[in-house]
Design a protein around this ligand. Structure first.
Ligand code: FDA
Length: 328
């Protein structure tokens, strides 16, 4: 129920727009590193000082207007410049749909090409996050085309897909982030059972560590992390061939202890005004994250947003009980 509640909220455009006006609220400041470039650079410097590198995500979703996609591209290029000028240890993560994949493929390709080109001037890596299944082959196509010109681009493989190993084999010569998968997909194409997803996740990580280029293992799951630590030791896999990744603000002590143990560690650092959908999906993923909200709940505006949201959600459940094809 709580999971559905937050998933429903993550899609609500009215609340998204309302939240943008209020700045970072509802505890989002714990998991979003600011709304502008100076704030995100400050957060990166703090993480770098602890031996942690960063991948920076300019938040945004549901982009169906060309001018918004262009604005996002310009902002990401400014981030690249800021990373370079400040000489911080960071690279870029981006979402193809923020750059126009739902508008027009060539338009999106050109936007991402400009970003990858700018990053290539500074030998900076650009990761294309993987969104839902609908965009999977198009994202691979973007990677295929961009890699003809540039070698600083890679993507993500989601372990919940039955075909994930096939995708991994196809892209074994790329720097690949492996994740469990965050979107709601059908049983025809994706494992639904957590045990199956976890088992495939470990299988893919092991396979790519043995056969692939650089592997980013993105998870907060200490069981998987402990398994990987033992596996790399047994197989003499050098530390410069992989890294662990987690999201900004989550399991901070574990992030730091992995860095202190000598593993390469990279924090995914989201920033920007469009924080609401990202934040709600994190609450859906793990409702225990609600304690972040609890600390902020005395804030009057937050109460208003949550109140309106609860009303909207309950009304939605009464009128549209079967609406379950939602983005996670
Ligand atoms: P999961 O949610 O499966 O939890 C497993 C166990 O870990 C829990 O039972 C608990 O014991 C522990 N745990 C988890 N979170 C915890 C917390 N906050 N505190 C304490 N214990 C905790 N997805 C996608 O589809 N496309 C993408 O491009 C990306 N990119 C991406 C980048 C990075 C850096 C990360 C970390 C994740 C993504 N994801 C993603 C999201 C990913 O697919 C997945 O949905 C989430 O990481 C949740 O799965 P986990 O493996 O982290 O733990």
């Amino acid at each position: 129920m709580l999971k559905d509640f937050f998933m429903g909220l993550s899609q609500n455009q009215f609340l998204n727009n309302t939240a943008k006006k209020y700045g970072l609220k509802m505890g989002a400041q714990s998991v979003v590193a600011g709304t502008n470039i100076p704030e995100v650079i400050k957060s990166i410097k703090e993480l770098n000082a602890q031996g942690i590198s960063c991948t920076v995500d300019h938040l945004g979703e549901f982009v169906f207007k060309k001018e918004e996609a262009i604005a996002a591209k310009e902002q990401i290029i400014k981030v690249i410049e800021a990373i370079h000028e400040n000489q911080v240890d960071a690279h870029i993560s981006l979402k193809p749909t923020q750059l126009g994949l739902d508008i027009d493929y060539s338009f999106c390709l050109n936007n991402i090409r400009e970003i990858v080109h700018q990053a290539s001037q500074y030998k900076m890596f650009v990761n294309m996050d993987m969104e839902d299944y609908k965009h999977l082959e198009l994202t691979f196509q973007l990677l295929d085309e961009l890699s003809l010109e540039y070698d600083n681009v890679g993507t993500v493989i989601q372990a919940y897909f039955h075909n994930a190993l096939e995708y991994l084999e196809r892209y074994k010569n790329f720097r690949i982030r492996i994740v469990k998968g965050a979107y709601k997909e059908s049983a025809e194409i994706a494992y639904q059972d957590k045990k199956d997803i976890d088992a495939n996740f470990i299988h893919l990580i092991e396979w790519h560590l043995l056969n692939g280029k650089f592997t980013s293992i993105a998870t907060h799951d200490h069981r998987v992390i402990n398994h990987v630590k033992a596996f790399v030791k047994q197989n003499n896999i050098p530390h410069n061939q992989f890294e662990f990744q987690m999201l900004y603000g989550f399991r901070k002590e574990l992030q730091l202890s992995l860095a202190n143990e000598g593993y390469h560690f990279c924090t995914y650092v989201p920033f920007g005004n469009d924080w609401y959908g990202y934040f709600m999906r994190r609450l859906a993923e793990r409702p225990q994250n609600l304690n972040l909200v609890a600390k902020q709940v005395l804030n009057k505006k937050t109460k208003t947003i949550i109140g309106v949201a609860a009303g909207a959600f309950l009304l939605g459940r009464i009128t549209k009980p079967n609406q379950n094809k939602r983005r996670r």
